[in-house]
Design a protein around this ligand. Structure first.
Ligand code: ZN
Length: 283
């Protein structure tokens, strides 16, 4: 439940678009998860619950010490997008409720509430979650841990986001305990240089030695004579990843530098990047 610390919620009641309860002392204060479930149950009818996505973005900006947060930051941090985190919370709630003892009063209350037509009864919604349902299905086919399954959901979420963002597509996270990018182990200067590359903000408006504008797909002029660059370019591992990238709608400019970051070879990445920068500075 560490995720709770990143979220704050505020309840504001509306009827016909008019805010009714403006006195903070009169506001209800259910738990964040209860509010989230209520929000799913009654989206935008008479009660609107504002889950502060801005708090999530503020946390991301703090982690990366930047003024703007991008989607790629969600994945580099290992947190995942805001909606993914909410779904994880809901899945955790559903898992807890479904593992209650049959003698627990909430289990008995669930069947009673389920019979009610009142839209204010949300208890049975607390037993539901798409992630929880998919976990049960996966577990029936082959035993998996809860943590492994949630990591798979994270990867699925990443693959889905890759369809609309090349930056996210170029980043291929590995399933490990932290999910966060290994770039967090770099020194501060190396970290920010790597982050700039990941967010496509390296070498803006610079020109190649051939006078073409430098971009992700145009680094070969400078690095073609570098053995390390050619070794990556001809490796079967890189070719496999490149084939995958070409299958994405807009990730055609995947290059050896991206690949080096994905496999965690930061030293070679930095070496090639500084060679590139030095050549451009001298031209
Ligand atoms: Zn060139």
């Amino acid at each position: 439940m560490k995720l709770h610390s990143f979220f704050t919620f505020r309840t504001v009641k509306f009827i016909n678009g008019r805010q009714l309860d403006q006195n903070p002392n009169n506001r209800e204060s259910p738990s964040p998860v209860t509010r989230a479930v209520f929000n799913w149950r009654f989206p935008g009818i008479s009660t609107r619950l504002f889950c502060k996505e801005s708090t999530h973005k503020a946390a991301i900006r703090w982690i990366f010490n930047c003024k703007l947060s991008f989607k790629i930051h969600d994945y580099l941090s290992g947190l995942g997008p805001y909606q993914f985190r909410i779904e994880c919370l809901r899945a955790g709630l559903a898992r807890s409720f479904n593992n209650l003892s049959s003698h627990n009063p909430l289990v008995a209350a669930r069947s009673t509430y389920f019979l009610s037509n009142s839209r204010h009864f949300i208890l049975h919604e607390c037993f539901k979650s798409n992630y929880w349902t998919s976990f049960k299905t996966a577990n029936q086919l082959k035993k998996v841990t809860w943590k492994t399954h949630m990591n798979r959901e994270f990867i699925r979420c990443h693959q889905s986001s890759s369809q609309s963002s090349a930056m996210i597509g170029y980043y291929l996270p590995t399933i490990d305990n932290s999910r966060a990018s290994p770039m967090f182990h770099l020194s501060s200067s190396q970290f920010y240089l790597t982050l700039k590359w990941r967010t496509n903000r390296c070498l803006p408006y610079r020109y190649c030695t051939c006078s073409a504008l430098i971009n992700r797909s145009h680094i070969v002029c400078v690095l073609a004579s570098t053995p390390a660059y050619n070794a990556i370019l001809s490796s079967s591992r890189f070719k496999t990843k490149l084939t995958y990238m070409l299958s994405l709608p807009n990730a055609r400019h995947f290059n050896p530098l991206d690949h080096l970051l994905n496999i965690g070879d930061h030293l070679t990445f930095l070496d090639l990047f500084y060679r590139l920068k030095t050549a451009l500075d001298a031209s």
